[in-house]
Design a protein around this ligand. Structure first.
Ligand SMILES: [Fe+2]
Length: 205
């Protein structure tokens, strides 16, 4: 354990701006930070050259990521696409087998989850909570025409493994379709090492 526990406090959550008050760490990801994640690499490079805009921003409450604490943050994903694929987060798995809750604040998004074998997804709108069980990687995409914002609440000891998603993918992509969007599973699936990574994280103790 590191440091003292946080004192009780209340934070303002602004669903219209994505603000958290008081705020802790704020992080931004631009198109150039998402290289290797979108299917259409040429379209991504064109968009990087045309201004490299911010794809998403995460504003965290001032709660440390340590065991026992329950950090929370608001993510804003801008509206846009790279080729046919909607703007999305990098995606990660929790190295420790811990769950997480996402709660929709504004706009419309898809919460995509992957356990190395199976793909599951749920649509998140204002007033809808999505549950991510332990052992499932997760990524969100904005499938609407305005910013998509959600509150995330997670155990402080969960950690973030971005590399497993960069290497093993999410098993599916969220793309434009005649109906608005669809979640298209990728053929082939992950290799045995990726499947084993997730299997280990679904077991407790
Ligand atoms: Fe997470």
């Amino acid at each position: 354990m590191s440091g003292d526990l946080v004192r009780p406090f209340a934070a303002g959550i602004d669903g219209a701006s994505g603000g958290v008050d008081p705020a802790g760490v704020v992080s931004e990801r631009r198109l150039s930070d998402l290289r290797g994640l979108f299917r259409d690499a040429a379209a991504l490079e064109r968009a990087v050259g045309e201004g490299d805009e911010v794809v998403y921003r995460v504003v965290a409450a001032p709660v440390p990521e340590v065991e026992g604490e329950v950090p929370f943050s608001v993510t804003t994903i801008e509206a846009g696409r790279v080729g046919d694929e909607f703007y999305m987060t990098r995606g990660h798995a929790h190295p420790e087998p811990q769950g997480e809750v996402y709660f929709g604040l504004s706009g419309r998004g898809v919460l995509l989850m992957y356990d190395g074998e199976e793909v599951r997804w749920v649509e998140i709108r204002p007033g809808v909570a999505g549950y991510i069980p332990p052992g499932w990687a997760h990524r969100t995409a904005n499938v609407g025409g305005e910013p998509f914002r959600f509150l995330a609440v997670y155990p402080g000891s969960a950690g973030h493994d971005y590399a497993i998603v960069a290497e093993g993918g999410m098993g599916a992509r969220v793309v434009r379709s005649a109906a608005g969007y669809e979640v298209v599973e990728e053929p082939g699936g992950a290799g045995p090492a990726v499947r084993e990574y997730y299997r280990r994280r679904k077991k407790r103790g």
